[in-house]
Design a protein around this ligand. Sequence first.
Ligand SMILES: [Zn+2]
Length: 571
Amino acid sequence: MNTTRIALSLYSLFLLFSFYQDSPANEEAEIQFQETLELYKSLSTDPVKVQDQEIWDIIARAFYSIYLNNPDSSKAPNSLFLSGRMYEEIGNRFESREDLEKSVDRSRLFIRAYPDNSLADDAQIRIARIIEGWDKKQSYLEYEKVIEDFPSGDMKIAAKNKVQELSPFKPSTEERARARVNEKSKALVKINKIQHWSTDNYSRVVIHLDKEMPYQSYLLKADQSSRKPPRLYVDITGTTVDKNLQVPPIEDGLLEEIKFGRNTMDRVRVVLYIKSFVNYRVFSLNEPFRIVIDIEGEKLESDDYLVKNKDVKDLKLPESPPQIDDKDISTLRGALGLKVKTVVIDPGHGGHDSGAVGPTGLKEKDVNLNIAKALKSIIEKNGSDVGISKVLLTREDDRFIPLEERTAIAKKYNADIFISIHCNASKNNNAYGIETYILSFTKDPESLIVAARENATTQRGLSDLRDIIKKYLLSSKIEESTRFATYVQRSVVTNVSIKYNSIKNKGVKKAPFIVLIGADIPSILVETSFITNTREEKRLKSSNYLNQIAKGIYTGIKSYSTEVETASLIR
Ligand SMILES: [Zn+2]
């Protein structure tokens, strides 16, 4: 990564994370549009930036997210149009068919969303022009559409000339019919996977799509008269349901049922039937595009209205989970008010995502898993002393798990705390030390770089993060997470310092990590050491060092738990 790119990426990050408090959506879209437009204009005057495909892509994406996040604002049409235009430029400049196809997609979306906009015929002629590069027959049909669909547009003459020029490629009636069928099936993006996790009072549903599409969500409260539970609707534009889609069976928990329906020709409605409802949030992540829905509810009591509807035969009510703790522990917990009972440890990365890599090739994913396993076995041996009865890993082996699934696992097991374990990395191989993060906004460039790297599997979704985190900030247990982080950071540094020299305490920091979003329990991310530093990489290979780190994290958990205990005794 060269310096200009870092400077620009950071600028974009600031832009994306700066907090436009209380400004109405339209005003916010306006500001973002102006800033993105400035960035776009600055490209042509900077000979270095203009050759950097990543910078082009960041800006094209920024335009697209303005449209996605504010589809009703006055800047939405221009933002979508410019995103399509930029992808054509990117495709031509960097000879990328993928980007040209993206331009076609964006342009088609523009015509569908704003058929009466004066730029719609420009979008159609762009489609024709791009497709001419690989399919002259299809291109002929696309130019024809300019003439037929926009008879009063200013692109009509140019299109007529092209139809003339391409007349040797004029498709037969049969080919026309085939093209129409093909277009119909291609036009709509598919919902290809649905996942869900539930407890008695929480549910996370993830809808996977082939491509990014605009969506809206709204909630219908429970309807006593028709005996309907609360329903959450998510309407996704330009979408259909893949015929092979299978929804995993819904077990006991907050989620009652998932249904699909088409409420217009190109819009799919996903309906979630919920047993009880307190709050919900919807956000999206990218690569692959998916819509994440978090619902909070309450465990239903037996006299709840749903239970009275005995005619609803399939209504399974959540039963209380089997008690596996031994009595002494629960008595002790009752007396002392110990709150940390279940711990979920998240070894960062895995599978195709190696995380950072050290100078000799040591992979972060392997180190993270080793530390997590060491920590798990320490807790299994000693945890009952402080009332911890359960410890789980988000992955036990070398496999890829999307970031949002990791948090969902913590919720599914009703975890009381969540610890994500990572190794730090830097372009500067002299950088070293230990730091612990909590989820929040930040303007510190260094912390932003760390977050960008740890979010890398969904990096292109960064622009949406600002809104997501805004939604979560109130419930993210910032204070408790900070205290938890402080204990862990302190005891990890102390523990490794006993046996190793040159240990740097980089402190507790804040940054927008996707893996910490939505946990609603004290959650931290530990950057255990720099894998890019020769000395620390060597140490990360030794099980002694990893054990010292794991012991340190455990001591931190213990201190936090004891503090919780003391606090509840005082009250
Ligand atoms: Zn990492």
